[in-house]
Design a binder for this molecule. Structure first.
Ligand code: NOJ
Length: 745
């Protein structure tokens, strides 16, 4: 009898358990979030909104440190800067000792690759190759996820028109149209086939918003901007990233027209979570909640926490304002519990989507970590995107590509450097020190005998003692390659420069070597557009090689010896000097546009001591071949707002080698209710052609491409004439034709 009873009881419990787990699996994420939230205390909820960094700090470290007991007490929801399966397993294990065992989210600044380091984002943008950019983010995600990390603080989609700002290296440059396309590619790459897959990491779009316009290019500075510019120029890449499914957003250090972005209701509640319907969560930037005190926007961290949560900031990165003050704010009746619940729900939802509630250790697989971090196909791709990112700025008398027969003197402080090739935001140093230097890349091509070397000077040296040796080496060679530029840590966060010339005596070194009469090729390695006028005026060949990552040396050698025909185009305008900054191609004409580029005091907009044009324009980059543009046709010279015009033209490779051209379509609204830019990029394609080959290229013009924000902030097009321009850069327009947008009938 007893036996029968026990057997039935066990059976019943078994069936109950099976059916409840099956039911739980079938439950929607929202239901699962709700059922956990029902169990959570206020302190546990606030814990989910708290993010700490471990000792690999990427910001000012809090003197309070971290007590493991806080994790075990459920007072931490996320970590940044913990990486590697073993470390993540240890930390996650602590969270598993908490009452509700809510898994931690681990985030990291994976900006251009994890162990395999790719070109810096600005360099990748110079490829104008969206597929390659997406693939770079994809591989970065594969490695990041294999190292146990769930979340990258990328992409940075800030439009940047000021090369003094060190963070231009981290974005896609100055243009909104290109920036939108790249934002989409990067988010798609990071998030892969979607959460739930163990090779997809969450993207974090930053810095919301307008950080790229920090006054004077000075890091952490204020932004003062019209609503129209905000909507038309700075917000679209954020929207593009959101439309691509970005899981999270990071707000920003700057104030926008007086309101810190972190406490900005308009940006976060009204636009992002309101008008745009963003369902993910917003993390603050490092300490930015607390920094509202220094801004003078709030009195103390209690008020800072209030301002941030009210504005829609869900997670506190390292300011420690939420863990200290949110509970009191709720008790004081200042923060309604529904605000806390909304933030926690957004965070938990992502943890569910990432599958962490099903298995908190699902990204912790040491075998996978080892395999993916040493996957040779990643290096092959790093070389490919490396060479696509290089921009050929000058090539007088086709001095490039080089023949492998000549003796080369490789001179300069970056020629043998490995660390500098990795650029800022290099998360795995020194575990990724396996970098191909330029010396190694070139040596592999021409062998030891034909390659001579001298350093010449250090990057920021003021001494010229190394020049004599460099001159002696140059004199023994047929050709000199000079590798100069910036050290890896002088463009990046907190690396604004007032002077963007080549550091130290490097340009003096160029002059000295040039005086030998040897043909000179200059490689410029940098994280931003630099000013190098003497070099640009005298040296016959210049390759802008940015910071190209793990395979820098091989990628550069591929271009130098013609195994790859350079195809990069500048994603930022290069100024003649700092006085021209901010400088960008899509400026407004003014009532007195410059009549020509020379420096004449003629009552027209310009400088009396400098040309108006930039040193190198947006969209510019040469090739070893030439391209001819002809036969522009518009399917109609008129369209109405619900119609489209097909634009076609013939692109011909008119030179002797196969190569790729980035064809660029610009539009100018000739007369409008607001002054419109002289041209705006509205389309581009990257086309590969064999010598002599021609192709018909098509673009479609629709009403979206003709629209702008009017002074009521309505997105509208206005009837009238438009000029359509097809160019090889923003300053070299090869074909153009006007068409009319007809009034709506
Ligand atoms: C501050 C930077 O502005 C941000 O971009 C970065 O993600 C965080 N620090 C975390 O390192």
């Amino acid at each position: 009898m007893l036996f029968k009873f026990l057997r039935n009881a066990f059976l019943f419990i078994g069936i109950f358990l099976i059916s409840t787990t099956t039911f739980a699996k079938k439950k929607s994420i929202d239901e699962r979030v709700d059922s956990i939230m029902n169990l959570m205390t206020l302190d546990e909820k606030i814990g989910q909104m708290n993010q700490y960094s471990n000792s690999l700090a990427t910001g000012p470290v809090s003197p309070e440190g971290i007590k493991p007991q806080e994790i075990k007490d459920g007072k931490v929801g996320s970590f940044l800067n913990v990486k590697g399966v073993d470390n993540i397993r240890i930390t996650q294990n602590m969270a598993m000792q908490s009452r509700l065992k809510i898994p931690l989210l681990f985030g990291l600044d994976v900006i251009h690759g994890y162990k395999t380091t790719f070109p810096i984002p600005l360099a990748e943008a110079a490829s104008w190759d969206l597929q390659a950019i997406e693939q770079s983010a994809r591989i970065a995600a594969i490695e990041t996820a294999a190292a146990g990390v769930h979340w990258t603080f990328a992409p940075m989609v800030d439009i940047a028109r000021d090369p003094r700002w060190g963070r231009v290296m981290e974005g896609a440059g100055e243009d909104t149209y290109l920036g939108c396309a790249i934002a989409k590619a990067r988010v798609t790459g990071f998030q892969g086939k979607g959460f739930g897959n163990t090779d997809a990491v969450m993207a974090c779009v930053k810095h919301f918003a307008a950080y790229g316009a920090a006054i004077g290019g000075r890091e952490y500075n204020s932004v003062d901007m019209s609503e129209r510019t905000l909507w038309e120029t700075y917000l679209p890449p954020f929207k593009a990233a959101l439309d691509a499914g970005a899981a999270t957003f990071m707000n920003s250090f700057n104030d926008l027209n007086g309101t810190p972005a972190t406490g900005n209701v308009y940006l976060q509640r009204d636009i992002l979570k309101g008008k745009w319907g963003f369902t993910g969560f917003v993390v603050s930037d490092w300490g930015s909640i607390g920094e509202m005190v220094e801004h003078g926007f709030v009195k103390d961290k209690y008020e800072a926490a209030l301002a941030a949560i009210t504005a829609g900031n869900d997670m506190d990165m390292e300011s420690r304002s939420y863990p200290k003050h949110l509970a009191q704010l709720v008790k004081d009746g200042k923060v309604p519990i529904k605000l806390i619940d909304d933030a926690v729900r957004r965070i938990l939802r992502k943890k569910f989507e990432m599958g962490l509630f099903d298995d908190p250790f699902r990204f912790c697989n040491s075998i996978r970590e080892k395999q993916e971090l040493n996957n040779p196909t990643h290096r092959i791709f790093a070389r490919e995107i490396g060479r696509k990112s290089i921009v050929l700025l000058k090539n007088d008398e086709n001095i490039l590509p080089l023949s492998k027969e000549k003796t080369i003197a490789l001179i300069g402080p970056l020629a043998k450097s490995k660390e500098d090739m990795l650029g800022f935001w290099n998360v795995e140093w020194p575990d990724n020190s396996d970098v191909v230097s330029q010396f190694e890349g070139i040596e592999k091509r021409i062998g030891k005998q034909k390659l001579l070397y001298a350093k010449g000077c250090a990057i920021s040296d003021t001494s010229k003692v190394g020049f004599a040796e460099a001159l002696a080496v140059a004199n023994k060679a047929d050709i000199v390659i000079l590798s100069i530029g910036e050290k890896r840590d002088i463009s990046g966060e907190a690396r604004s420069r007032s002077n963007i010339q080549l550091p130290g005596v490097q340009e003096e070194l160029v002059k000295a070597i040039y005086s030998t009469g040897k043909p000179v090729i200059v490689l410029i390695n940098a994280g931003r557009p630099l000013v190098f006028n003497w070099t640009a005026d005298h040296v016959p060949a210049i390759l802008y090689t940015w910071w190209l990552g793990s395979e820098a040396g091989n990628a550069i050698a591929d271009v130098l010896f013609g195994d790859y025909n350079p195809s990069g185009k500048l994603p930022m305008t290069f100024p003649r000097n700092e006085g021209q900054i901010p400088i960008y191609y899509n400026y407004l004409n003014t009532g007195r546009p410059a009549l020509n580029d020379s420096a004449i005091h003629d009552y027209h907009s310009g400088y009396i001591d400098l040309q108006r044009s930039p040193r190198f324009p947006f969209g510019f980059g040469l090739s070893y071949t030439t391209f001819a543009y002809s036969n522009l046709k518009l399917s109609s010279a008129k369209m109405s707002a619900n119609e489209t015009i097909d634009v076609s033209f013939t692109l011909t490779n008119s030179g002797k080698s196969a190569g790729e051209e980035v064809v660029q379509l610009y539009l100018h609204d000739l007369v409008a209710s607001l002054v419109r830019p002289v041209k705006e990029l509205k389309g581009f394609q990257k086309i590969m052609l064999k010598p002599g080959e021609s192709k018909t290229i098509h673009f479609s013009i629709d009403n979206q491409k003709l629209s702008f924000y009017n002074n009521k902030l309505e997105w509208v097009s206005e009837p009238g004439q438009f000029n359509l321009m097809i160019g090889t850069s923003s300053a070299d327009i090869r074909l153009s034709q006007e068409f009319e947008l007809e009034a709506f009938k």
